[in-house]
Write a protein that binds this ligand. Structure first.
Ligand code: URA
Length: 191
């Protein structure tokens, strides 16, 4: 199957997913957005209210901040691919439960395989615990690079955390600078 058809098949299959109870309460499934040929993938936690209504990741207040963060290092959502750990909104924006993350993981793993990014940035603790290691400590380990299955992976604070606590923003900016440097060093295309 050509890559374009694989993406179409994957998103159609995902749209019919009923593997966990989040499908009962969602408005729209939030699959992913951006450039599927990018060497850089960002992974968030799960859709919030606006994402659930629009079916697109990071379009609410946290998404606006994410766009500004990307702009600081000359990126935008046409240059990266963005997906979430879970594709359906957890009620009242609670953390997705481990069973929900497990049920949804099949889709994310296939997205990662299709994008085949050189660099993954986990946005926040939930993505970092799912992608890097179960006991990931965001305050201590954000900005550090890990090797996960041959990819360079880093976590930074979730933009929602940066909206709640502006004192964390300088540290997040340092993480973005580290990302910029890594992109220059290992990506083959220019961003
Ligand atoms: N927070 C996330 O983690 N993902 C979104 O898509 C929106 C908010």
């Amino acid at each position: 199957m050509a890559v374009k058809e694989e993406w179409e098949a994957l998103s159609a299959e995902c749209a019919g997913c009923r593997a966990c109870p989040l499908c009962e309460t969602r408005t729209k499934l939030v699959f992913g957005v951006g450039n599927p040929q990018s060497e850089i993938m960002l992974i968030g936690e799960g859709p919030g209210e606006q994402e659930d209504l629009q079916g697109v990741p990071f379009v609410g207040p946290a998404g606006k901040l994410l766009d500004q963060m990307l702009e600081m290092i000359d990126l935008d959502r046409t240059k990266v691919y963005i997906a979430n750990m879970v594709k359906c909104r957890p009620p009242r924006n609670r953390d997705p439960q481990p069973t929900e993350q497990e049920a949804c993981r099949r889709w994310l793993d296939r997205q990662i395989a299709l994008v085949d990014p050189k660099i993954i940035v986990c946005l926040g603790r939930i993505a970092a615990m799912g992608i890097i290691k179960e006991d990931f400590r965001i305050t201590r380990e954000h900005g550090q690079w890990f090797d996960v299955g041959g990819r360079r992976v880093m976590a930074t604070y979730h933009p929602s955390a940066l909206l709640r606590d502006v004192s964390k923003r300088p540290e997040a900016f340092m993480d973005l600078r580290a990302l910029r440097k890594e992109i220059r060093e290992i990506c083959t295309r220019t961003y």
